[in-house]
Write a protein that binds this ligand. Structure first.
Ligand code: NAD
Ligand code: ZN
Length: 359
């Protein structure tokens, strides 16, 4: 069966486009109990951007610290409960921040209309009703969370997305100016998430012309941003990386991620490593999967003087390695893409553990 995927309803792109947020929200304010919920990365508290957020007296605003842990089901449930108790059902949810905030906003919009804990809905098509209107304003570039069908949350039992058509944003505002303050290491790691999406998308059996069209352009833009003398974190490149992120996301939506993301999920689950960083730790050691792209990645690391930690595995216990291998092994769609339908004949849990030991 061919995928039938849901795209974002509307997109605004360009420097300064954040200032259109007020107008965009105006016509939505008549829905439900007539207020908006803003979920904003706490980093922006006290910064200029805070003053530009068009929140009105009736609105609620939550500044979330996403440095303590990746987004959790408990966090989404907590915000939902406060909103419903204080004011009812909002007209919309607006997320302003990186991939973590995008995921919280998407999940929160769904949980406004679905009963119980968000952990009940981690999986494919488990959500019962459409959520409220939701709008994403990414302030990092690379994850593709702005266009994906999933809101990744860590629950009591698993790290897994709430995945369905209704998860996708109704609107995104892509304003590259908002990304210029991202710390350099974070800029690199989140940007590499996009580079790795493109490489994984093209290196597997689900690759097709749809994915290629987006993936080739995203990869070209990533190379302009991360290789050569014009590379680096500047405003021209912030425009490029924002579109690369969107296109990389669209490429993998119609293809699949692969081995690197499987390893990365294990690292995030056991050690709580951030997604982009965990991808880099894994990708660095996956030459047998991704060949020349791994050499190119190492050059980008060197060029941008990113000091990626080495030999982390010397501090890992056998139990931790086994747990990571378990998490990674249970992602059959990624392995099928990377190695083919009979992947279980080509890769064992022990092979996965051996690869973790190299990291
Ligand atoms: P992030 O949202 O976790 O933020 C990383 C750091 O950057 C934080 O300290 C944050 O405060 C800071 N930050 C964000 N914007 C900033 C700005 N403009 N200036 C200064 N600092 C800023 O990082 P990320 O890499 O964008 O997202 C990672 C998350 O995205 C993970 O939780 C991962 O699970 C999720 N993700 C989701 C999808 C999806 O399809 N839903 C895909 C990939 C990753
Ligand atoms: Zn990713």
């Amino acid at each position: 069966m061919h995928k039938n995927f849901k795209n974002i309803d509307k997109v605004v792109y360009g420097r300064g486009s954040f200032d259109q947020l007020n107008n965009i929200l105006e016509e939505k304010r008549i829905e439900n109990d007539r207020f908006m919920v803003f979920v904003v990365d706490e980093y922006f508290k006290g910064k200029d951007l805070e003053k530009r957020i068009p929140h009105k007296l009736e609105d609620l605003i939550f500044f979330e610290n996403i440095d303590i842990h990746e987004p959790t089901t408990e966090q989404v449930d907590r915000i939902r409960d406060i909103v419903k108790e204080k004011k009812g059902i909002p007209s919309g949810v607006i997320g302003i921040g990186g991939g973590s905030i995008m995921d919280i906003a998407k999940a929160l919009a769904l949980m406004m209309t679905n009963e119980g804990s968000s952990s009940l809905y981690q999986g494919l098509n488990l959500v019962k009703r459409p959520g409220v209107y939701h709008l994403g304003v990414p302030t990092t570039s690379g994850t593709g969370a702005e266009c994906s069908m999933t809101a990744v949350l860590t629950g009591p039992e698993k790290k897994l997305g709430l995945k369905c058509d209704w998860t996708v944003f109704n609107q995104v505002i892509l304003d590259p100016d908002l990304t210029t303050t991202v710390p350099r290491n974070q800029w690199f790691y989140t940007g590499m998430d996009c580079y790795i999406h493109c490489i994984e998308s093209e290196s597997g059996i689900f690759y097709n012309e749809f994915s290629r069209a987006y993936g080739d352009q995203a990869l070209k833009l990533c190379r302009e941003v991360f290789t050569g003398s014009k590379s680096g974190q500047n405003s021209e490149n912030s425009e490029k990386l924002m579109i690369a992120s969107l296109f990389g996301g669209l490429s993998l939506t119609y293809s699949e991620v692969g081995a690197c993301h499987a390893f990365s999920y294990g690292l995030s689950f056991v050690f709580g490593m951030r997604h982009g960083y965990a991808n880099c730790i894994a990708f660095n050691h996956l030459k047998e999967f991704y060949g020349d792209a791994v050499d190119e990645f190492k050059e980008m690391l060197k060029y941008h003087k990113i000091d990626l930690p080495q030999r982390l595995s010397k501090d890992w216990s056998e139990e931790e390695i086994a747990k990571m291998a378990d998490v990674a092994y249970k992602l059959p769609h990624m392995w099928t893409h990377a190695l083919g339908q009979n992947w279980e004949n080509k890769l064992t849990r022990k092979d996965i553990m051996d690869i973790y030991r190299r990291m």
